[in-house]
Design a protein around this ligand. Structure first.
Ligand SMILES: C[S@@+](CC[C@H](N)C(=O)[O-])C[C@H]1O[C@@H](n2cnc3c(N)ncnc32)[C@H](O)[C@@H]1O
Length: 559
């Protein structure tokens, strides 16, 4: 093996730069001295301007899965700005959910908080900065708290206050895309924000602030115009990332916000907790060639093309034309495909696919007969079925209810359609758990069916999320269920002395647990991730114990 040489003095070196993992140094001093030169080549990405997209990021060197592309803290973060009409609201100090009516109040501004000593109340990057403005409204509300303390306006106010944290930060923030050209005066979204956020902030806090400025002859907040607040709301909608940990947080990052969307993204991002102010780390999940775009996913990976494209158009104001959107079969998954009902009473057995998925009014055509369906008909059917699926899924369905629903769906949809996928994903989580289907009750055929569904779902997941960027939890759950299904079957057969074909299943059970751990390696700060990790750990212990007790060597044939 060739020896690694120090990037500064050329002598043998053992420690490499932790960011690029390419250049070696013989000592810390040489690394520090070389930083001025190295920092430009060390960076994994740079910002470019692309036609039809605006600012986006490209790789500055070849990147491998796992390589860190960036690591940064947000310019601003705060309670997620969604309308809360009842139920819990985020504490402005820590964003943990609280019941406004029963909560103590901030001693500065009287907003409902989790605890008067919540650390974020005085922190200048959290509530500490906005409290002085919120206290300008003098009267106290005892009921109607959701209207009085509007959580959805708080993040916009926090962004407005960025101008007090330095002109550079403020100007950099204003550079973010807001799509005001598509959400200006006269649009629904303008009207909604005008009433809910702009009027609210102006009437309650900014007018008194202007009075204060007049009295003190001091400009406290140079720009508090209505246009600027609308611009801020646009920036939040287009760029903010949601963090689901102990609270409901939204954050805006200077560089990570510039990643463009792709329905098959090549990165994964993880957030640290509130102690590091939610620092984000973006890693490559697929090999990325130098000069290639660095992408993320703004919408739901398990929706079909029309649903994803509509969502992106409505919320992010662009029409996606990525490889997955262009392909009528969605990388061979048939996630949006319909069953052709034919012209006669018997279906032809073919599949209806959109002729041009990038055309919002595309016709759908059968791949076997010449029946065509209009887009309006196809959308109507998919939406109706979507409502049926939601109705069943929201009411804790039983195996039988899901099975009935699935049979109905299969009359109209391809078995891989995303509505079928969602039902199957729930079904595999009931087989083995629900009364009547417990491990000692479930039949061999039902187990085989569960295993088959898991394998088919993993095939789909692998095609639409090859980097395991977005569907880690979905994939983790299916892998774990595949493991359980195999192991229940194997133990059952083993106990009655039937050992034929069991090795294959045991190997699959072992492999799926290993893969499951790998898939979930970045799911560490989320509640569902932690829960699944602990389930996998106990399944691993149980599996290893059983294999050892029965003296099975997975690398050899079973005697
Ligand atoms: C989070 S911002 C990304 C940064 C933005 N491009 C800029 O110049 O500030 C999201 C916006 O970028 C553009 N964008 C991102 N991905 C795109 C894509 N795949 N195709 C077209 N536009 C895209 C859209 O205008 C979208 O609303």
């Amino acid at each position: 093996m060739p020896e690694n040489l120090c990037g500064k003095c050329g002598k043998p070196a053992e420690t490499k730069c932790s960011a690029c993992k390419i250049v070696y140094y013989c000592c810390k001093e040489h690394q520090v001295e070389d930083w001025k030169t190295h920092k430009n080549e060390c960076k994994a990405c740079e910002v470019i301007q692309a036609d039809g997209i605006g600012k986006c990021l490209v790789a500055k060197r070849d990147l491998q899965p796992g390589d860190i592309i960036m690591c940064e803290t947000p310019t601003v973060f705060g309670p997620r700005p969604h309308i809360v009409e009842e139920g819990p609201v985020p504490c402005p100090g820590c964003c943990r959910l609280i019941k406004a009516e029963k909560s103590p109040r901030c001693e500065g501004c009287d907003w409902p908080v989790c605890h008067p000593d919540c650390i974020g109340l005085k922190d200048p990057s959290k509530h500490g900065h906005e409290c002085f403005i919120l206290r300008l409204r003098t009267h106290r509300a005892l009921d109607g708290l959701h209207e009085y303390y509007r959580q959805d306006a708080l993040f916009a106010l926090r962004c407005l206050l960025l101008q007090r944290r330095g002109i550079k930060k403020w100007m950099q923030f204003l550079q973010l895309e807001s799509h005001m050209e598509k959400r200006g005066k006269g649009t629904e979204v303008y009207k909604e924000y005008d009433e809910r956020v702009v009027d609210y902030l102006e009437d309650n806090f900014l007018k008194p602030l202007k009075e204060l400025e007049k009295e003190s002859k001091q400009a406290i907040l140079p720009d508090m115009s209505r246009e600027t607040i609308h611009h801020i709301c646009g920036i939040i909608d287009v760029n903010s990332l949601e963090i689901n940990q102990s609270g409901e947080v939204s954050a805006l990052y200077p560089t990570a916000c510039l990643m463009e969307h792709n329905c098959i993204p090549n990165t994964v991002h993880t957030f640290e907790d509130e102690l590091t102010n939610y620092r984000i780390t973006v890693r490559a999940t697929l090999p990325i060639k130098k000069g290639a775009r660095i992408t993320t996913m703004y919408t739901h990976s398990l929706w079909g093309t029309q649903a994803r494209r509509e969502h992106l158009k409505e919320t992010k104001y662009f029409s996606c034309a990525c490889d997955r959107c262009k392909d009528p079969t969605e990388m061979g998954t048939y996630l949006s495909a319909l069953r052709c009902l034919g012209t006669e009473s018997t279906p032809c057995g073919g599949t209806q696919l959109p002729v041009d998925p990038l055309d919002d009014q595309t016709e759908w055509a059968c791949d076997k007969c010449n029946v065509k369906v209009s887009n309006a008909q196809a959308s109507y059917l998919i939406n109706q079925i979507g409502d049926d699926v939601d109705n069943v899924q929201l009411n804790s369905p039983t195996v039988r209810e899901l099975d009935n629903l699935l049979s109905k769906l299969l009359t109209f949809l391809h078995p891989n359609h995303y509505h079928c996928f969602s039902v199957k994903h729930s079904l595999v989580q009931l087989f083995g758990y629900q009364q009547g289907y417990l491990p000692n009750q479930i039949s061999d055929d039902q187990l085989k069916r569960k295993t088959k569904m898991c394998r088919e779902m993993l095939d789909i997941l692998g095609r639409i999320d090859p980097g395991k960027s977005r569907l880690c939890l979905y994939t983790g759950v299916v892998l774990h269920e595949l493991h359980l299904s195999n192991i229940i079957y194997v133990k059952r057969k083993w106990d009655i002395g039937i050992k034929k074909d069991l090795l294959q299943l045991l190997r699959e059970a072992d492999k799926s647990l290993i893969e499951c751990k790998e898939v979930l390696k970045y799911e560490v700060n989320t509640m569902s991730g932690e829960k699944l990790h602990s389930l996998i750990d106990s399944s691993r212990k149980e599996f290893d114990r059983w294999v050892t007790r029965n003296k099975i060597d997975l690398t050899k044939d079973i005697a």
